[in-house]
Design a protein around this ligand. Structure first.
Ligand code: URA
Length: 311
């Protein structure tokens, strides 16, 4: 039963990662889920009137629960389609000034990196968007890295420490990097947006708005110009869309393929947060296959053991 609930939640996470905002759910499907929750001993909300008869006493047994689930999984799309639920109103679209033109001084990487941090620190729009007492987050890692990872925007831990990917998603990212036979210090990790966004998706997830992505893009371009990585890895659909513009369709179609960002190879994969929710081997293997391609292209050695992870 746990496995069924896990499978449902992973499927929803996968759909969300692919950009689906709304999943129509029929009354029967909801009844099936209620039965699952009841069978786990949870307090389910009162059930909708049953549409199918069941032998007395069968409700709540694992056979009945499996039958409920199988029934709603088999529902033809037309029956499953219910009016889309009303979502909470989206936050007002942010309006920001045009993206800044960042001019870096001539010099070595360390000097240019210090100059970029200074430009960010003095930028009034960055300052306005920062929460009181919190820090801007640009990037961290080796300025000579071959691989540069790009995430979306800092979260609570990141804005406190001023470092990207130091919270729960960061733990996953670090595991991915270590799986590739590297240390965090050997790659460069950055974000598209330098401050923690205030907009919240209906799911409760913080998400940057288009204006924030556009405003901060020059900072990412400057980081890439300084580090000069062999390749860039976009973590998640929001980042991939911001970097690929009209070429972006769906994360499920873009991931695992090579694209081009400003003349540099760009690999798209799922965001580490997706792996926080979708823990199946299949999800991990998908991301891992993308990273195997990154390793190959970066000329990193790949052992048989690494090739077989999550199979
Ligand atoms: N998610 C991101 O995209 N970036 C971070 O730095 C942390 C979480």
């Amino acid at each position: 039963m746990r496995a069924v609930l896990q499978a449902i939640s992973e499927e929803l996470a996968r759909l969300k990662a692919e950009g689906e905002q709304v999943v129509p759910v029929s009354e029967e499907a909801i009844a099936g889920l209620r039965a699952l929750v009841r069978a786990r001993g949870g307090a389910a909300a009162p059930a909708a009137p049953a549409r199918t008869e069941r032998p007395a006493g069968a409700a709540g047994t694992s056979a009945a629960v499996a039958a409920d689930f199988a029934a709603f999984a088999r529902q033809p799309a037309a029956r499953a389609a219910a009016p889309a639920p009303k979502l909470p109103a989206a936050p007002p679209a942010k309006v920001l000034p045009p993206a800044p033109e960042l001019v870096l001084p001539v010099g070595d990487k360390a000097l240019r990196w210090a100059a970029l941090k200074e430009l960010a620190a003095k930028n009034p729009v960055c300052a306005e968007n920062l929460r009181p007492g919190k820090k801007l987050v640009l990037g961290s890692g080796s300025l000579d890295a071959k691989i540069l990872f790009v995430g979306e925007a800092p979260g609570a831990e990141e804005e406190t420490q001023g470092e990207p990917f130091v919270g729960p998603a960061g733990e996953i990212l670090t595991k991915m990097i270590v799986g590739m036979g590297l240390k965090r210090e050997q790659v460069f990790v950055s974000n598209l947006v330098c401050w923690r966004p205030r907009s919240i998706e209906p799911s409760g997830r913080e998400t940057p708005q288009a204006a924030e992505l556009a405003y901060c893009l020059p900072f990412l371009r400057a980081m890439i110009e300084i580090v000069q990585p062999d390749l860039v890895v976009a973590l998640g659909g929001t980042v991939a869309q911001a970097l690929l513009g009209e070429r972006f369709t769906k994360i499920g179609e873009m991931r695992g393929k090579w694209h081009d960002f400003d003349g540099r190879p760009l690999m798209v994969t799922y965001h580490p947060e997706y792996l926080l929710r979708a823990v199946s081997k299949k999800s991990k293997r998908s991301v891992w296959e993308d990273l195997l391609q990154v390793m190959e292209r970066a000329g990193l050695p790949i052992s048989e053991k690494q090739r077989g992870y999550f199979l």
